[in-house]
Ligand binder design. Structure first.
Ligand SMILES: Cc1cc2nc3c(=O)[nH]c(=O)nc-3n(C[C@H](O)[C@H](O)[C@H](O)COP(=O)(O)OP(=O)(O)OC[C@H]3O[C@@H](n4cnc5c(N)ncnc54)[C@H](O)[C@@H]3O)c2cc1C
Length: 421
């Protein structure tokens, strides 16, 4: 066992979004900071976030409305969001040379459309203020004495000491990025409660074998209806992405907990209305116009203004229409059937994918064990718990990374201010 005599002001464990943010904040506020990361590189999950584009926050500038997205955690988060909210997040990145663009549902992305831009800002900030980063340094165990953490033991036996510790080791989703639940184990061992993890925002596997042919196609705005034993039980709207095994995208992810609660009762079906902007009457008229304009064209070449080209073949198959039929030969009945297929694109649910494929996992450290102002543990006076480690339910749309920025900011600031305790 190697005893390291160096005393840090703050040791951050975990170099994901929350850990990088908090390390930069603590260092900027005068603390001598060490960041420990078990991977050879930082921020692997950050880089795959938002399909590599990183939905960096939700540009909802009314903090009350933003907080409501965190459901029952809204009151707990009020104090920290008063210190660092979506306005501050956007300002943080903009002022460090990363402009942002806001898309539908107020989702904010780097203007470069690359997660790497977010990573670059966080890394540069740490560098500017002298954070020491040690990669390939998995933390194993927290030592405690007299109601405080007295050291952290690494897998190689080294023991490191600091005045404050910030745990940012993430949850359990996409373990290949490094989030394998180590923080839950470390905190559980020293007496924190760990609420069991379940996949929270998670894609859905469906029965239709042809789904794999649709992989990669996305629909910006679908109406999503959930049926149990042919009874409609839930309706929402959002973006849908087809995968090799089923459905994903923000609209599906946000319905996944409802789908998960229906599955144990039996038969669950998802129905997509591909053209929610049209009712049946207007869709029928619209199809008539399309067929008139394209009267000599084959129907398979005439629908791509309406739906993505990759969906045309399956929609025509489901409508029992030969794709080579000329538009001027389409009968009224065929047109009505086609309209129905477009508004009732149906999938039989098999199961939710596992926690490993989830965007976030539910569960983690209950908020009752954490100080609302700064994420400090209520059990130990010098450890802070941030990011995906906290048990906070939220939808898809930039709310998870906002949580990393907010909890990272308040913990980094508080831990830095602890330095001369
Ligand atoms: C596919 C996907 C897409 C997503 N897209 C978005 C999006 O667009 N917008 C959004 O808001 N959210 C998104 N999320 C969620 C968001 O990425 C996470 O909420 C966020 O990255 C969590 O950050 P974190 O720092 O808490 O944890 P993590 O990013 O999981 O980082 C934890 C870090 O700790 C390290 N670590 C773990 N154990 C140890 C140990 N023992 N010692 C040292 N280091 C350790 C890990 O290697 C890792 O680097 C997405 C998630 C996924 C999986």
């Amino acid at each position: 066992m190697t005893q390291n005599t160096e005393l840090w002001d703050v040791i951050v464990v975990g170099g994901g979004a929350a850990g990088m943010m908090t390390a930069g904040v603590a260092a900027k506020n005068g603390a001598k900071v060490l960041l420990l990361e078990k991977n050879d590189t930082l921020g692997k999950k950050l880089l795959i976030s938002g399909g590599g584009r990183c939905n960096v926050t939700n540009a909802e500038f009314d903090t009350r409305t933003l907080l409501a997205k965190y459901k029952s955690s809204d009151k707990f988060l009020a104090s920290s969001f008063a210190q660092f909210n979506a306005t501050q997040s956007i300002e943080f990145f903009n002022s460090r040379g990363m402009p942002t663009v806001v898309e539908d549902l107020k989702r904010a992305f780097p203007a470069s459309h690359k997660s790497q831009s977010v990573w670059d800002v966080l890394f540069k900030e740490m560098n500017t203020y002298g954070v020491e980063v040690r990669s390939q340094s998995p933390a194993l165990f927290l030592e405690r004495s007299d109601g405080a953490i007295s050291g952290i033991k690494l897998a190689d036996g080294t023991i490191l000491r600091a005045r404050s510790y910030i745990l940012a080791t993430g949850g359990l989703s996409h373990p290949e990025t490094g989030s394998t639940g180590d923080g839950f184990k470390m905190l559980g061992t020293i007496g924190h409660t760990i609420n069991p993890a379940n996949a929270a925002l998670v894609p859905v596997a469906v029965r239709e074998p042809w789904i794999q042919e649709l992989a990669g196609i996305s629909l910006q705005d679908c109406k999503i209806s959930l049926f149990q034993f042919e009874q409609k039980v839930h309706t929402s709207r959002g973006k849908v992405l087809f995968t090799h095994v089923g459905l994903s995208g923000p609209g599906i992810l946000n319905s996944s907990s409802t789908i998960g609660s229906l599955i144990p009762n039996g038969d669950v079906r998802i129905e997509l209305d591909l053209l929610p902007q049209f009712d049946y009457g207007t869709l029928n008229t619209h199809l008539q116009e399309i067929f008139k304009i394209n009267h000599v064209k084959k129907i398979q070449n005439s629908l791509s203004d309406l739906i993505p080209r990759g969906l045309v073949s399956i929609i025509l198959t489901l409508s029992k229409i030969d794709p080579d039929t000329a538009c001027n030969s389409i009968t009224r009945d065929q047109r009505i059937t086609l309209g129905k297929s477009l508004k009732h694109f149906s999938f039989q649910v098999l199961h939710l994918l596992g926690t490993d494929k989830a965007v976030i996992t539910s569960g983690g450290v209950p908020l009752t064990e954490v100080d609302t102002k700064n994420m400090r543990s209520k059990l130990f006076s010098n450890i802070y718990i941030i990011g995906d480690l906290l048990d906070i339910d939220r939808p898809s749309g930039g709310y998870s990374l906002q949580l990393c920025w907010t909890t990272g900011y308040v913990a980094g600031l508080a831990a830095a201010n602890n330095k001369s305790d």
